[in-house]
Design a protein around this ligand. Structure first.
Ligand code: AMP
Ligand code: MN
Ligand code: MN
Ligand code: MN
Length: 281
């Protein structure tokens, strides 16, 4: 059950626990041969990951996980095999960083109204130079005794509709896919079953995604059941999409999700990497 490809993973450049170099070493130790670093709305970890991949003899696929607002929902679109120097992509992610910073200020203010002090400052410190995310707020809430676990922090404070939640208008689907395609990359819908869309809404999303120039869908995720994989594969066939596999690895604190520990793509699916002429180095 070890996949040579793991095309979805996070580092300290966003909400992962390992530095880009540590992540690459861990991937290699797990038997991964092709790793995509896909941090939330940033490419800042790619240079370090690439250098480490060269040292460790594995292939680093430069990636990103973009936050998109589509029909008032937050959807994640992964860009794989991108040229991180593509200027419109970099300009776009500056905008996303600013949105994340102002959202974090607002989250801090809302949490303060619930009697939680310094959440913004605390989350910012935990994020360091990386992109600030709700994961950093969750960590702060757990560390300061306001929540018993990450899940509890999301359930009580950070999830949609909870007191610390701030509705954010991220980039739109067409723009995100435009940045990825402009950067020479492959756009993939991340974890399609995690949005809890009805069948009809998932079809609408995939239809819109294709019309905007998207080509792939994540079929195998770190937490996929056999049924999830069958469901996502059916959508891939229906919409003629390439299939991706990625653990969405964040941290050794969730030992049930390991880099590369992924069931295989169903035989009927064409893998995203089959359209890549060769990995970028
Ligand atoms: P953000 O992009 O800042 O809204 O943060 C979203 C991140 O929070 C996701 O990428 C996950 O890593 C994490 N997350 C979301 N929901 C949960 C949850 N219920 N439990 C733990 N982590 C979560
Ligand atoms: Mn995350
Ligand atoms: Mn995601
Ligand atoms: Mn992710």
């Amino acid at each position: 059950m070890i996949s040579e490809y793991d095309l979805h993973a996070h580092s300290t450049a966003s909400d992962g626990a390992l530095s880009p170099a540590e992540l690459v070493r861990q991937a290699r130790a797990c038997g991964v041969k092709n790793l995509a670093l896909t941090d939330h709305d940033t490419t800042d970890g790619l240079a370090e990951a690439r250098a480490s991949a060269e040292e460790n003899g594995i292939t680093l696929i430069p990636g990103i996980e973009l936050s998109v607002t589509w029909q008032q929902r937050c959807i994640h679109i992964i860009g794989l095999n991108i040229d991180p120097d593509y200027a419109p992509l970099q300009e776009g992610i500056v905008g996303l960083r600013n949105m994340r910073l102002s959202r974090a200020v607002e989250m801090g203010a809302r949490l303060q109204k619930k009697g939680i002090e310094n959440a913004y400052e605390g989350a910012l410190q935990l994020a360091g130079k990386g992109m600030i995310t709700r994961t950093h707020f969750a960590r702060y809430l757990v560390d300061h005794g306001h929540a018993g676990s990450f899940q509890n922090a999301f359930d009580r404070f950070l999830g949609a509709g909870k007191p610390g939640f701030v509705v954010t208008r991220w980039t739109d689907l067409e723009e995100a896919i435009g940045w990825i395609n402009g950067a020479g990359g492959t756009a993939v819908v991340a974890h399609p079953l995690r949005y809890k869309l009805t069948g009809a809404w998932l079809c609408r999303l995939l239809d819109a995604f294709k019309q905007c120039g998207g080509v792939g869908i994540e079929i195998v995720c770190g937490s996929s059941s056999g049924n999830d994989i069958r469901c996502a594969a059916e959508q891939a066939r229906r919409f003629d999409l390439l299939g991706s596999v990625g653990s969405d690895y964040h941290s050794p604190e969730k030992p049930w999700i390991q880099l590369g520990r992924l069931p295989p793509l169903p035989n009927s699916i064409t893998p995203v990497w089959s359209v890549w002429p060769r990995p970028r180095h």
